[in-house]
Design a protein around this ligand. Structure first.
Ligand code: PLP
Length: 387
């Protein structure tokens, strides 16, 4: 493998529900969920059955043809999102590439996104990703792309009639679960509409029930021009989508975009089954309930290392008072708990939407122990006072 990932944290073998095991048989409670992907957890019978059944019928047919699972998923997604047409991809970055092409179709040159944002790593989406460390090795980037500060004032200053689109994550997941200023999405909707620019919401990490609502833009009472989806959409099967609303749903014309695998029967059948299970089992409400319980548990730990909790539902950021996120991840892993260091001073939690009381309690016990262990190593005074 090319050395794009510094060093794997473990070699995993299999999973069940919110648990995974490594090749040595060590068990972990998985509170990363494949980075906000495994909505139903691991090896959920609905997921396994959907893969097996569709693989046994027809897996792939090319986009010269349509299939029942593809049409059914497009219908389900337009119902859930309130959008009008769907373009299927295989990943999040491809959903953003489709959004970039949608924006180009307005004929306007500029595409805005936010500093510290993450929209993917292919060249179009990387050009929107507001992280110089990721962008700089690959310049020149896509012309016309620019990042602005995540404030309503910066948006007001940047928006003009030459702006094609603003692309925005409702919560910046890769930055460490960083919330936008209150009212940002609604203000962005008003301001983009005023200059005729598209509002494209990247709900690749926040969408599909993770935040305790199907989508954050819905909770904020905003109708975007397009929404990008992936991650939880397949629950572990690679699939993404760009959903267009109103006129934006008709910007891409026949032959203007395409993908060999996008919307294939296997991916869309599995996604349809995952979404049906999320609806039938009430997992969006569960995400809200368990998120509130986790938030209470974390603040209740009273650790001097914890400054606060960001995010919504089951996309939570634990804001630390020191840059010890990697040490906490290691201490948690030693205790059989997987969490993520999304930034030096922020731990990200994105567990499966199926977690219940037992998983919340187990997380609380293991995470508190990890915090205590790391706090002990940060105390430097011989008297034991905290550093
Ligand atoms: N957009 C957001 C908000 C993401 O969190 C990610 C992945 O982390 C992407 C886009 C890119 O998705 P993918 O890794 O499937 O290409």
């Amino acid at each position: 493998m090319m050395p794009t990932v510094p060093s794997p944290l473990a070699v995993l073998s299999h999973g069940s529900g919110a648990r995974v095991w490594d090749v040595d048989g060590t068990e972990y409670l998985d509170f990363l969920g494949g980075i906000a992907v495994n909505a139903l957890g691991h090896a959920h019978p609905v997921f396994v059955d959907a893969v097996a059944r569709q693989a046994g019928r027809v897996a792939h047919i090319s986009n010269y043809f349509a299939s029942e699972p593809e049409l059914a998923l497009a219908e389900r997604l337009t119902r859930l999102t309130g959008g009008d047409a769907v373009y299927f991809t295989n990943s999040g970055t491809e959903a953003i590439e489709a959004a970039v092409k949608l924006a180009r179709r307005t004929g306007r040159p500029r595409i805005l996104s936010l500093t510290s944002s993450f929209h993917g790593r292919t060249m179009g989406s990387l050009s929107l990703t507001g992280k110089p460390a990721l962008q700089d090795p690959f310049r020149p980037l896509l012309p016309g792309t620019e990042q602005i500060a995540p404030t309503i004032e910066a948006l007001e200053a940047a928006l003009a009639e030459d702006v094609a689109a603003l692309v925005v994550e409702p919560i910046q997941g890769e930055a460490g679960v960083v919330d936008l200023p209150a009212g940002y999405l609604a203000a962005a909707r008003d301001l983009t509409r005023r200059v005729g620019a598209l509002l494209i919401v990247d709900e690749i990490q926040t969408g599909i029930g993770r935040t305790g609502d199907w989508f954050v833009y819905q909770a904020e009472g905003v109708t975007p021009d397009a929404v990008a989806l992936a991650k939880g959409l397949g629950g572990g099967f690679p699939i993404g989508a760009l959903v267009g609303f109103g006129d934006a749903a008709r910007l891409l014309q026949p032959g203007q975009h395409g993908s060999t695998y996008g919307g294939n029967p296997l991916a869309t059948a599995v996604s349809g089954a995952v979404l049906a299970e999320i609806e039938d089992a009430g997992l969006v409400a569960n995400a809200a309930l368990r998120g509130a319980q986790l938030r209470d548990a974390i603040t209740g730990m009273g650790s001097p290392l914890v400054a606060g909790v960001s995010g919504r539902g089951l996309l939570l950021g634990i804001v630390l008072t020191a840059p010890v996120a990697s040490a906490i991840v290691a201490a948690a892993q030693e205790r059989g708990l997987i969490v993520n260091a999304a930034a030096d001073s922020r731990i990200r939690l994105a567990p499966p939407l199926i977690i219940g009381d037992a998983e919340v309690a187990e997380f609380a016990e293991k995470f508190a122990a990890a915090l205590t262990a790391v706090h002990a190593t940060t105390t430097t005074s011989p008297t034991g006072a905290t550093a």
